[in-house]
Design a binder for this molecule. Structure first.
Ligand code: COA
Length: 382
């Protein structure tokens, strides 16, 4: 299971990741909120949260990630037949984020352009739709540019504040040079108000404990489909090269793994081996970035892919509040070991500036003044 021949199937031909230029260590936030830093570091698993400076946001992240993915891709922008942006940080109720991205990249022509919304699941839905569009051969020879981009901010002092973060992952869906995506997938959906942001609200409203419960139930429901009829679920889980999860905060992933332990009656030793060998290694970047909503799972996948031998099969589990989830297999492609995108991430992490609590407070007060997104006059007349 973990090593099969690499296939030239539909999948990700290039990946680009973009992180914002600021970040804050959890010790600063803990001091500001009078909290024990161990709650943030060990209780939630967060070390540093990525932050955007004033005037920098989801479009900058998306465009940066797209430029990196396009720059390494063998194709040409004229070969793009679909531009899709998954996000829960929409700038407008009508104009899709993909239009801002296309404008910045100078894209116009015979392609579909749209935005996908389903909380943190939106990026995965955009990717799955692009894979299915490619498999349907709707525009022969064309590739899709899929971007997951978000800035996660909660009200100051909210329990979610230490889980904030930001980032974007762009993926060009074509052949599986970096990774092929399985046609089969295992979705689960159930309506819930666990996390939502009413129109006009600057920050999300969160039923924290309910959202944890929904995420865990979704994990079990998706894995039960993947492992249906499996006599030895532990062996099957361990046969994968890795298991990546949506990472609202790293401790959530550990809770999801515990849920799998219950669902498949794994003993304590099996659970530890599964988590430490197959799950934990892909959380390293997330701990340094925080929750980038739609991009979080794909940051984890990008981190993991560079460490897999071509042909290795891993899983990706996506969760979005509301709620919807999906699980599917990804096979590392011939170019995954080069991990070209990792150099960008390491460079973004090394060059970003760590802000103090006072600068963070100033940033947050500035952001509240932004209530509407007004198109620049030049963009309207173009
Ligand atoms: N040292 C170490 N651990 C500590 C601690 C300390 N001083 N103080 C508390 N903790 C632990 C708690 O025991 C708990 O661990 P456990 O979950 O393993 O029991 C953990 O830290 C979190 O503490 P808790 O009080 O439960 O968290 P909270 O009420 O402050 O908020 C969330 C946690 C998840 C509800 C909050 O971050 C949130 O609302 N996030 C946004 C929604 C979200 O991300 N949902 C996930 C699914 S999408």
């Amino acid at each position: 299971m973990s090593h099969s021949e690499p296939q030239a199937a539909v999948g990700i031909a290039s990946i680009g990741v973009q992180l914002p230029p600021l970040a804050m260590d959890m010790s600063e936030l803990a001091q500001l909120r009078g909290a024990d830093v161990n709650k943030y570091r060990h209780g939630l698993g967060c070390d540093v949260m990525a932050l955007c400076p004033e005037g920098y946001g989801v479009v900058d992240l998306a465009v940066g990630a797209a430029k990196r993915a396009l720059g390494r891709w063998r194709g040409d922008v004229s070969d793009i037949g679909l531009v899709s942006v998954g996000s829960e940080s929409a700038l407008d109720m009508s104009r899709p984020l993909s239009a801002w991205v296309a404008s910045e990249l100078g894209l116009r022509g015979n392609f579909r352009s749209y935005e996908v919304k389903h909380a943190c699941y939106g990026g995965t839905l955009a990717l799955r739709q692009a894979v299915e569009w490619k498999l349907a051969n709707v525009q022969p020879g064309k590739a899709a540019l899929v971007i997951a981009t978000d800035v996660a901010l909660y009200a100051e002092g909210d329990p979610g504040e230490p889980t904030q973060g930001a980032g974007a992952v762009a993926m060009i869906v074509e052949d599986g040079l970096v990774a092929s995506i399985a046609r089969a997938s295992y979705p689960y959906s159930e309506p819930a108000f666990d996390f939502w942001r009413p129109v006009g609200c600057a920050f999300p409203l969160v039923e924290g404990p309910l959202s944890l419960d929904c995420y865990q139930r979704a994990t079990a429901a998706c894995y039960e489909q993947l492992l249906a009829g499996e006599a030895e679920p532990f062996a099957r889980l361990m046969a994968y090269g890795a298991h990546c999860f949506h990472v609202p905060f790293p401790k959530m992933v550990k809770k999801a793994v515990s849920m799998l332990g219950q669902a498949f009656t794994l003993d304590e030793g099996q659970l530890t081996a599964f988590f430490e060998e197959k799950v934990q290694p892909s959380l390293a970047w997330n701990k340094q970035i925080g929750n980038a909503y739609t991009a979080s799972l794909w940051i984890s996948v990008a981190d993991q892919l560079r460490r897999l031998a071509p042909g290795t099969i891993m899983t990706a589990f996506s969760y979005g509040s509301g709620f919807g989830a999906e699980l599917f297999e990804i096979t590392a492609g011939p170019e995954c070991a080069r991990g070209a995108w990792a150099r960008d991430v390491e460079s973004d992490l090394a060059s970003r500036r760590l802000v103090k609590a006072s600068e963070y407070t100033k940033l947050r007060s500035g952001e509240r003044r932004v209530t509407a997104s007004v198109p620049p006059a030049a963009a309207i007349s173009a």
